[in-house]
Ligand binder design. Structure first.
Ligand code: ZN
Length: 142
C-alpha cells in the first residue's frame, strides 16, 4: 500500500520545486503584499480581474516551503475562476486548515489535502498555509 504521507510530501515538494504561476504581472489590476511575522514569509501577489473573472494570477515570495506550496496551489485553483467561486474556495480552504478538518469532512483535491496533512503535523505552520488565501480574500474584497 502506498504511504499516504509520502504522497502528500511529493505533492508539496512538487509545488515547491515547480511553483505554478511564479511570476510578476506588470499590468496587474490588483496587487497585494502579505507578511507573516510568525515565520517571516513575504508574498507578493498579482492578479488581473477581468469582468469578475480572474484572468491571470501570479506571485513571487521570500517564504518557507509550506507557504510557497500553498500559494502555488491557490493560484492554480483560482486562475480562470469567477470572483465568487474563488471567494468560496478561499473560505473553504482557510476553514479546513484552521480547524484541522479530517479528509472525510472536506471536499478538496489532493493538493489541498496535502497542505492540510502538513499543517496537522506542524500546527505552528497554519499561518504559512493560509497566508496567500487570506491575501486572496482581501484582493477579491476590493
Ligand atoms: Zn512560513
Amino acid at each position: 500500500m502506498a504511504d499516504v504521507k509520502t504522497l502528500y510530501d511529493d505533492v508539496i515538494l512538487d509545488h515547491i520545486k515547480n511553483a505554478r504561476n511564479y511570476h510578476k504581472i506588470e499590468n496587474a489590476s490588483v496587487k497585494a503584499e502579505e507578511f507573516n511575522p510568525l515565520c517571516g514569509d513575504v508574498i507578493n501577489l498579482y492578479m488581473v480581474l477581468d469582468k469578475e473573472i480572474i484572468s491571470d494570477i501570479g506571485f513571487q515570495c521570500s517564504c518557507c516551503g509550506i507557504s510557497m506550496a500553498s500559494t502555488s496551489i491557490m493560484t492554480e485553483k483560482v486562475l480562470g475562476r469567477r470572483r465568487v467561486e474563488a471567494q468560496a474556495l478561499a473560505k473553504q480552504f482557510i476553514d479546513m486548515v484552521e480547524r484541522y478538518k479530517s479528509e472525510g469532512e472536506v471536499k478538496m483535491e489532493n493538493d489541498a489535502l496535502a497542505v492540510l496533512a502538513t499543517v496537522r503535523e506542524f500546527p505552528s505552520r497554519i499561518s504559512c498555509a493560509t497566508l496567500a488565501w487570506k491575501a486572496l480574500e482581501k484582493m477579491l474584497a476590493t
